[in-house]
Write a protein that binds this ligand. Structure first.
Ligand code: PXL
Length: 268
């Protein structure tokens, strides 16, 4: 069987269980040939007090020049935390030059959570991402990102009607399918899927603890299952369940990411 080949483009945080250090093992363990285009090298993710960051935009261009000569093409792309607006222009060139026919472009905007932007980002980054999502065929924003992208005030009252209105506003930015992640109602957490003009919802029991990097984990499992099944609801269910198992496997003293490795490895 020929496996699908994906290119995942996101930062390499050396410590912190997020972005590439999550996407690479998860996609590979799911049988997908996983190629990487690191967009930046950070000492660790930006929820730690200090971090260093080297923007790799110039090297990405060198890498892509070699790839053109080698004739590489990809069946799919998964984008997460990129790091700077210049990388978004590189990403568009990358889709143009390295897509196999009908390649899937899955973009997790990955710039904020809990109503706030991550520390390294500002309005300019959000505007550039609002432009980039027009190239996607699936986007995976959380409610914070959906609100920033559409200029909507963030609300935490768990209204599915508000989530639907926000998704409708996102359709003005992109023709893609939309999976709004991590929406909450009562004791549940779920996804709102918008595809071909139709909404559907996936719900699961919400766990009381929150950790960093769970959005990246969700996006990686979602992408793996979606590429194999073409079923967005099944991909949301699998991703939600994997994230929940990883949270349950994480010790309370471990604060910067989740113990997804033990779940990948089928150990308790
Ligand atoms: O998990 C998202 C993420 C990825 N990469 C870096 C981050 C964050 C979230 O803060 O800082 C560098």
């Amino acid at each position: 069987m020929v496996s699908k080949r994906i290119l995942t483009m996101q930062d390499l945080s050396c410590v912190g269980q997020c972005s590439l250090t999550v996407a690479l093992p998860v996609l590979s363990a799911n049988g997908i040939e996983t190629c990487v285009l690191p967009t930046a090298v950070l000492s660790n993710h930006t929820a730690f007090e200090r971090w260093s960051c080297l923007d790799l935009t110039p090297e990405m261009e060198n890498i892509m020049a070699a790839w053109r000569e080698n004739g590489f093409k990809f069946d799919a792309f998964l984008l997460g935390y990129l790091g700077s607006t210049s990388i978004m222009d590189v990403a568009k060139i990358c889709f143009r030059d390295f897509s196999k026919e009908d390649a899937d472009v899955i973009i997790d905007p990955a710039f904020g959570d809990n109503g706030k932007l991550y520390p390294a980002f500002d309005g300019e980054y959000v505007t550039a991402m609002a432009g980039l999502v027009s190239s996607a065929n699936i986007i995976l924003p959380n409610l914070t990102e959906a609100c920033f992208l559409t200029g909507t005030e963030y609300r935490t009252d768990g209204s599915v009607t508000f989530a639907k209105e926000t998704v409708k506003r996102l359709t003005e930015l992109t023709p893609s399918d939309i999976v709004l992640t991590g929406i909450e109602r009562g004791g549940e957490i779920g996804e709102l899927i918008y595809s071909d003009g139709v909404f559907s919802e996936v719900w699961a029991k919400k766990l009381p603890r929150r950790f960093h990097g769970t959005g990246d984990l969700f996006a990686s499992v979602f992408t793996a299952v979606y590429l194999q099944s073409g079923d967005m609801a099944a991909a949301c269910e699998a991703a939600g369940s994997f994230v929940a198992s990883s949270i349950c496997a994480t010790d309370a003293s471990h604060t910067y990411g989740v113990n997804f490795e033990s779940v990948l490895n089928h150990r308790k």
